[in-house]
Design a protein around this ligand. Structure first.
Ligand code: PMP
Length: 335
């Protein structure tokens, strides 16, 4: 018998399980399904974007072994670029706002990335982490991954996340729900699913303090309404990855609702995820309540809760920030 082909870790990004969220499926009469992206090699959905961006840059001759990749990131893209980058012989420099969880800094440093914490500043400020990363690339001749406006990001989801969900649901998916950081996940996945079946609804779940709900609902970028502790999401502009996409419905989800969802998943289903996953799943439940029963709704379990142990899984931190872990999910979601 011939030996099967074996591959390095960079080959094993994606092909994640699509997990039935039992309790919420029963409560809504819909199949609520979460793509277990925390099972990726670097532990998040951003491994897909990192893999897509690096592979695209190699194809275009922009990267050769020994080169340095620089990126501005809330952390997960930096982890993905470092894991895939090391597997392919690149170094990484990660520019990250100092508001992000300490666990992400630790993980990046342990992986061997050069980590540059910077004060959190809006995109309009030249000190914003993305502009710093671009400046470093220009000065030092490094490759800038540019996840927000490099459409190799959304293409990675068009090529992988979309087809996987289509296959895993046997083509029966009715809606896809995602929050927006760069927009790569929402754009690429929904574009693919709509090409297979134009009736698949693309749904955006937005945290407070971001502009995507306003953008997809009213066509303006108002974002002066509240705030969120969710890391990795909360976009205020139309990135290149979001340009031209069709979104059928958008919801705003509060942190307390998302928190109730992730504690329910943790205690009743053994699923340990971060706050953006809670926002996604709450969005899926809202869509189910408005359009179900009987629908199959897929969403993204973006990353593991282990990255936020010191914050949303720390009772003292929750108390300081006016959040409660123990609210029943039925009342939080009004199911
Ligand atoms: N959740 C988390 C935890 C993330 O790190 C990100 C990416 N920044 C997202 C959700 C959003 O993904 P995307 O960039 O594809 O919109």
């Amino acid at each position: 018998m011939s030996r099967p082909p074996y591959h390095g870790l960079d080959f094993h990004v994606g092909k994640t399980p699509l997990v039935r969220l039992k309790r919420l499926s029963e409560l809504t009469g819909c199949e609520i399904l979460g793509k277990a992206e925390f099972m990726n090699p670097g532990g998040s959905v951003k491994d897909r974007a990192a893999h897509g961006i690096i592979t695209d840059a190699e194809r275009r001759g922009l990267l050769k072994p020994g080169d340095t990749i620089v990126e501005g990131t809330a952390g997960n893209t930096g982890i993905g670029l470092t894991v895939v980058g090391h597997a392919r012989g690149y170094k990484t420099v990660i520019v990250i706002p100092d508001t992000q969880s300490p666990e992400k800094f630790q993980q990046l440093r342990t992986l061997g990335a050069e980590v540059m914490p910077v004060p959190a500043k809006p995109y309009s400020d030249p000190g914003n982490y993305n502009h710093i990363a671009r400046g470093l690339a220009e000065e030092r001749g490094w490759f800038w991954a540019n996840q927000f406006d490099n459409t190799a990001n959304r293409k990675a989801h068009y090529d992988t996340t979309g087809p996987e969900i289509w296959e895993q649901t046997g083509g029966s998916v009715d809606a896809f729900v995602a929050s927006v950081g760069t927009g790569g996940t929402l754009a690429g996945t929904s574009q693919y699913l709509k090409e297979r079946n134009p009736k698949v609804a693309a749904v955006c779940a937005d945290p407070y303090g971001a502009a995507m709900w306003s953008w997809f609902t009213n066509g303006n970028l108002d974002d002066d309404d509240g705030d969120s502790f969710a890391e990795g999401i909360g976009q205020g502009r139309v990135t290149k990855n979001l340009e031209g996409i069709t979104v059928d419905k958008a919801y705003r989800i509060g942190d307390q609702v998302a928190l109730s969802v992730i504690y329910q998943l943790l205690h009743e289903e053994g699923i340990f995820v971060g706050l953006s996953s809670g926002i996604n799943v709450a969005g899926a439940v809202r869509y189910a309540l408005e359009h179900g029963p009987g629908l199959t709704i897929a969403t993204i379990l973006c990353d593991s809760g282990a990255k936020y142990q010191s914050k949303i899984f720390n009772p003292e931190w929750l108390l300081e920030n006016g959040l409660e872990p123990g609210l029943p999910v039925e009342s939080a979601l009004k199911v």
